[in-house]
Design a protein around this ligand. Structure first.
Ligand SMILES: Cc1cc2nc3c(=O)[nH]c(=O)nc-3n(C[C@H](O)[C@H](O)[C@H](O)COP(=O)(O)OP(=O)(O)OC[C@H]3O[C@@H](n4cnc5c(N)ncnc54)[C@H](O)[C@@H]3O)c2cc1C
Length: 242
């Protein structure tokens, strides 16, 4: 735990040209890019980087991507990106960017969506919203495995499941559209009953909610009706779809 609290939230560094060290296919539509940074600073789990693309004519597109890795991965960060149809930046990263290529990045960016080692912690992720939560989960496993942490993770179908092999006993998974054959776990969206069960024994501590606008709205509402004080609910919204 000392290693986590020792990391202070700083102003993000300048833009830098980083190198793609490796690319991992997580699902048919999601890839993880391990980025090697010349100017690396340890992040707090939950923080994000900005990625900037510049065309030959000077046109620029800039998007935010959460850090998936633990801050203990020195000199590198992992960004997990979902490929959106017609998505300017995500399609470039999926279809053009290769290992050894350079990419312009800036970060890590400070927000209130950071885990500083408070306990216990409840994580609610929808789709690619699991990315910053995975940084929290990974870091907790490395630094404070005894600390209570539970994650509720909602995906539409089996082919949308990110980090499937890494989801441990802390995670309760639910399939909102179609479940794999023989699935005996949760089906449907995260609801109040799931939250109450997951939070049993948690008397304090923050809840982190991340996903699409629709997911964040609905999951936050359920947290409040389950008794979480508004000040304990921290949210990060990735985009417009519900
Ligand atoms: C703080 C923060 C952290 C983020 N972290 C991640 C991350 O870890 N992984 C990740 O994949 N994305 C993440 N996002 C979303 C990311 O920044 C981009 O918005 C996303 O990749 C789409 O960019 P694009 O250029 O590909 O698509 P655009 O060209 O911007 O949009 C293409 C189409 O997709 C729609 N769209 C835009 N964003 C989304 C979305 N998130 N979901 C559904 N439809 C959308 C647009 O309305 C448009 O119709 C994060 C966003 C924020 C604000």
């Amino acid at each position: 735990m000392e290693r986590l609290t020792a990391v202070e939230q700083r102003a993000p560094g300048a833009w830098q040209v980083a190198t793609v060290a490796s690319i991992r296919l997580e699902t048919p539509r999601v890839k993880t890019f391990r980025i090697a940074l010349g100017m690396w600073v340890a992040h707090l789990p939950g923080q994000h980087y900005e990625v900037r693309l510049t065309a030959d004519d000077g046109y620029r597109a800039q998007r935010s991507y959460s850090i998936a890795s633990s801050p203990l991965l020195e000199g590198e960060v992992e960004l997990t990106v979902e490929r959106l149809e017609d998505g300017e930046v995500s399609m470039y990263m999926h279809d053009v960017l290769g290992v050894g290529d350079e990419i312009e990045v800036r970060g890590p960016f400070a927000t209130y969506f950071v885990w500083r080692g408070e306990e216990p912690v409840l994580l609610l992720g929808g789709g690619s919203g699991v990315v910053p939560l995975m940084s929290m989960l990974r870091h907790r496993r490395l630094t404070a495995p005894q600390l209570p942490m539970r994650m509720l993770y909602s995906v539409r179908s089996p082919e949308d499941l990110i980090y499937g092999a890494e989801l441990g006993e802390e995670t309760t998974l639910t399939y909102s559209r179609s479940a794999p054959p023989g699935w005996t776990g949760h089906i449907g969206r995260i609801d109040e009953a799931m939250i109450v069960r997951a939070a049993a024994g948690f008397t304090s501590g923050p809840a982190f909610v991340c996903g699409s606008n629709g997911f964040v709205e609905s999951a936050s509402r359920h947290l409040l009706t389950a008794g979480f004080p508004p000040a304990s609910v921290r949210t990060e919204r990735f985009g417009p779809s519900g």
